[in-house]
Design a protein around this ligand. Sequence first.
Ligand code: SME
Length: 165
Amino acid sequence: MFDFRPDDTLAPEELHRQLCEAADALTASEPDGIANMANIAALLWEFLPDLNWAGFYRVAPAMSGDEELVLGPFVGRPACIRIPFGQGVCGAAAGSGRIQRVEDVHAFPGHIACDAASRSELVVPVIRDGRVIAVIDLDSPSPARFSETDARGIERLAALLAARI
Ligand code: SME
């Protein structure tokens, strides 16, 4: 049994340090990327307060022959399955390779509303060998939920996972 019990009074830096440590322990000896993404989605959900969606979109072949984002393991409400590069917050992160920290999703042009409750969003690309292979997507029902500390913490998590998903 895994029993991670994050203390929600922790400073954000320490919370992210513990999250990365737990993610490392959970994935270090498991070669199956889907299992690792599933456990990390659950871990994000346990560690980070005030989320309504936490999970992965993977870069995968599009039906047209190009590549696009395809829904991966997550916790939250059922979500849109395929997102072309450049569309929505996730597609912007995948297309640019840059973190998208959106304080108000209603003000983001092209935001894709999978859950009407979402108000702010953080999307961090997972980069392996210089290519985006997936994104980590976090949604919150609170405006401006995600800080720069959250962005840097999830960026470290993405770097850790790049060889494990
Ligand atoms: N809001 C995202 C879509 C994915 S869901 O939030 C799970 C976007 O605009 O790309």
